[in-house]
Design a protein around this ligand. Structure first.
Ligand code: SER
Length: 338
């Protein structure tokens, strides 16, 4: 019997970068990665195999399947929300067809080994579509409310949440013989994420990480949303902690397949003040992009994370101040000094 490995798609992206380090530190299964871009050399040395290629390349997926037994998948590859609006059909291909390909791979692995394959899918706050006159509940929107996204990316994420639920509970339901192994689909709706090590590309929550990374490099930054714009965010170590917390939870403690997470919900103005306090020479201006503003305005000011806390113990370590003082500012300052 081959030893099962973990497969990470989109491994060269922001979450993949942080996740690989944590999985390696924790020990355990070998890691196989797949990304359009080559993995950084520092990460390549940490994984068993790093494939450079597309999740749309069936031949490549088949050769990975032929070579490895896979029992965990972190399917992180996607085009983010701003980028997807410029190329909606390509976004649909990558975000939906790519996810379908990975779910099929998971189902085929589960069937052939008669064992569940645990599948992590990062969904997004973009799955929401909240109208401006909607009155937000005190604890934020729950996972089932206001699911009328206005972006291609949000539509893709919402649909793939459903695909995952289908593969986990209803896949090939009319087959004569029930299939043994299943896809154990687990998903998190991420808010904006802020990493001290990397800057996102093509997202609409990017104003927050872009602002702090620009200030740390002594570069001017024009914020593309109004100062009163508010959505939830999370520091990258807590995002990775949430992924691992959900993936390690006993199946029978999970009451849903998709969970909101979030840690703090500052306005863009709050964020700017903290950046200016940390980097007094920061030159942050405003150049509001009304179209991107409309997208951020369609996302909730905050989300209700009670299901994640209850079912698998979501407990972010970083609130906004701690994220700045203990994670973002020291790490980012050191990053650009070296
Ligand atoms: N950060 C993502 C974006 O802005 C939302 O999930 O597209």
């Amino acid at each position: 019997m081959r030893k099962p490995v973990v497969l990470i798609s989109g491994a060269a992206g922001e979450i993949g970068h942080a996740l690989i380090d944590h999985l390696v530190e924790a020990g355990g299964r070998s890691i196989v990665t797949l990304d359009l871009r080559p993995l950084e050399p520092a990460l390549t040395t940490k994984v068993s195999r790093a494939f450079t290629g597309s999740i749309l390349d069936q031949a490549l997926l088949e050769s990975i399947e032929a070579e490895f037994a896979i029992d965990r998948i972190f399917h992180l590859a996607a085009l983010l929300s701003t980028r997807s609006e410029f190329t909606p059909v390509a976004a649909h291909e990558v975000n939906v067809r790519g996810t379908l390909n990975l779910l099929e791979l998971a189902a085929s692995q589960a069937r052939s080994r008669n064992q569940n394959v645990v599948f992590f899918y990062p969904s997004s706050i973009a799955a929401y579509g909240v109208s401006s006159d909607a009155v937000m509940p005190e604890t934020g929107w729950d996972e089932c409310s206001h699911n009328q996204p206005i972006t291609m990316y949000g539509c893709n994420k919402l649909y793939c949440e459903h695909l995952g639920r289908y593969y986990a509970g209803h896949y090939r339901q009319l087959d004569a013989e029930p299939v043994g192994g299943k896809v154990d689909f687990r998903s998190i709706r991420f808010p904006g994420l802020i990493s001290a090590h990397t800057v996102p590309s093509g997202g609409t929550s990017d104003y927050a990480p872009e602002m702090i990374h620009a200030a740390a490099q002594g570069e001017p930054y024009e914020c593309f949303v109004r100062p009163d714009t508010r959505i939830p965010f999370m520091a990258m170590p807590d995002a990775v902690g949430a992924i691992l917390g959900l993936m390690e939870a006993p199946r029978d403690s999970l009451t849903r397949s998709v969970y909101n997470v979030g840690a703090f919900a500052p306005s863009a103005g709050d964020f700017r003040s903290l950046v200016e306090d940390a980097f007094p020479s920061a030159a942050i201006g405003e150049a509001i992009d009304t179209k991107r503003q409309r997208i951020v305005d369609s996302w909730p000011d905050d989300v209700d994370c009670s299901a994640a806390r209850r079912d698998w113990g979501l407990a972010p370590e970083y609130d906004l101040v701690r994220a700045f003082d203990e994670y973002l500012v020291p790490t980012i300052a050191a990053l650009y000094q070296s």
